[in-house]
Design a protein around this ligand. Structure first.
Ligand SMILES: Cc1ncc(COP(=O)(O)O)c(C=O)c1O
Length: 452
């Protein structure tokens, strides 16, 4: 073998940054077995037991592989109801990460969203965002408020680096005319492709929001990934922590699901320096989550998160992370699969409408691709489009989310190989219809069937 050729242009992060210490066997089933499983699951991949999945790219949320140090720190756990030492370590790590004084642990991101929706909104209020993620979107609707997305007009422009930005003109217009309760910046912008938000855009959005005396919130569950992308795009020589703090300086409330950049399996927190908001948040944390020194988390979770938040600031880790995501994006692109470019921080988004020309969004074309990826290769992905958002869908995408530190480059090559098989027979992809689904979160619960 010509090793020189194999490793041509080798870059430091082209080699796995981690070595195995504990392993889990994955299963390869036959196509016939998977067809049966799909039928039983009503063609909804959320209904498939993970033992039947070969490569699980459903989400990067809570699917992270923990480090040896996280595991050993977990043994320091203190499960005291009040004032646990695990809470103290969690508190220090969260403060260090986001540079806010008051931190409230919650069991995951949507718990923070529910608490903030209850504190900040009344029925009929508008909540503006660069793009709400599906949980926040559904929660605001549940509270009879109106979540509205105003992404940058350049969000489809391949040459634009900060496609996660918010439309500043529309923001000002809406704040001046409409009944807006608050503004949420999702960093990175998950629903639109895990795209980064520019610090300048954030600062201006913050200033405009404050001009109208409204609360500005950051949903920062992937802010470390945003920071490495920002650092590369702008050639900044600041550290990841410094960059994150520059962002979090411009918000009243920062919240995050630590299932993402916390490199943990569970958890989240709400952070603020606003003393008026503290009693309101604290009261609801006690009602819904638990005493404010654990807020729905075990001491073991808090230990994992504390170390994870520290590891998420490591630039080697972040470089490897975005390199892996880009690797899959490049493989698909080289095969002529339309993807959202540039690829974002945590996932590759396939543009299903461009890939599958013979189906319409109402045929659930994205879901049709999701189903075929499973049928042929046991790969689990998720539709982000007509099934998830119905008529509010901005695009019809299929998200291949990469769990942190979990799969190797070879696994990702396998995913690309399955795409090449699908591409050969793209016109065989079937239209689907919904038989039944819950109103607020249809993609989690929908039962589907092929139209023919
Ligand atoms: C941007 C964003 N916000 C909020 C959430 C909700 O977090 P959780 O799943 O921890 O409830 C998610 C989850 O994927 C997300 O991606």
């Amino acid at each position: 073998m010509d090793l020189k050729r194999t490793f041509k242009d080798l870059d430091f992060f082209d080699v796995e940054l981690y070595k195995y210490k504990v392993v889990e066997k994955i299963n390869f089933l036959s196509i016939e077995e998977r067809e049966e499983i799909l039928k039983k699951a009503n063609y909804n991949l959320f209904n498939i037991p993970s033992k039947y999945i070969t490569i699980d790219l459903l989400t990067d949320s809570g699917t992270n592989t923990i480090s040896d140090l996280q595991l050993s720190n977990m043994m320091l756990y203190d499960e005291s109801y009040a004032g646990a030492s695990s809470y103290e370590r969690f508190l220090q790590a969260a403060k260090n990460f986001c540079n806010k004084e008051f931190i409230f642990p919650v069991h995951q991101g949507r718990a923070a969203e529910k608490i903030l929706a209850e504190i900040l909104t009344k029925p009929g209020d508008i909540i503006i965002s660069n793009t709400h993620f599906d949980t926040g979107f559904a929660i605001y609707k549940h509270f009879k408020a109106n979540p509205i997305n105003i992404p940058t007009p350049y969000y489809k422009d391949e040459k634009y680096n900060f496609k996660g930005n918010i439309d500043l003109e529309k923001l000002e217009e809406m704040l001046s005319k409409e009944n807006v309760s608050h503004v949420v910046m999702t960093i990175t912008n998950n629903a639109l492709g895990g795209q980064p938000v520019d610090l300048e855009n954030l600062k201006q959005a913050y200033r405009i929001t404050k001009k109208y005396n409204k609360i500005f919130v950051i949903d920062g569950c992937r802010i470390a990934e945003n920071a490495i992308l920002y650092k590369k795009i702008t050639n900044s020589n600041k550290t990841i922590k410094e960059i994150i703090h520059e962002y979090t300086n411009f918000c009243d409330i920062f919240y995050m699901s630590t299932k993402k950049d916390g490199i943990a399996h569970m958890g989240g927190f709400i952070a603020t320096n606003d003393e008026l908001l503290i009693p309101k948040i604290r009261q609801l944390v006690i009602l819904y989550e638990g005493f404010p020194t654990y807020g729905g988390l075990s001491g073991k979770d808090m230990e994992l998160i504390a170390k994870g938040l520290e590891e998420a600031l490591d630039e080697d880790y972040l470089n490897y992370r975005i390199k892996q995501v880009r690797f899959l994006g490049d493989l698909l692109k080289d095969m002529g699969i339309p993807i959202i470019e540039p690829v974002g921080g945590h996932a590759v988004f396939v543009n299903a409408s461009e890939f599958i020309k013979h189906l319409k969004p109402e045929d659930y074309l994205g879901q049709s691709l999701v189903i075929e990826l499973y049928r042929l290769g046991g790969i689990r992905s998720v539709e982000v489009g007509y099934l998830m958002y119905s008529k509010d869908a901005i695009m019809n995408l299929v998200r291949l989310a990469i769990p942190r530190r979990t799969y190797t480059y070879k696994h990702l090559e396998y995913v690309a190989y399955i795409f090449s098989l699908i591409k050969e027979n793209i016109n065989n992809l079937k239209p689907y219809r919904i038989i039944e689904a819950d109103e607020l979160v249809p993609h989690f619960t929908a039962k589907l069937e092929p139209v023919y």
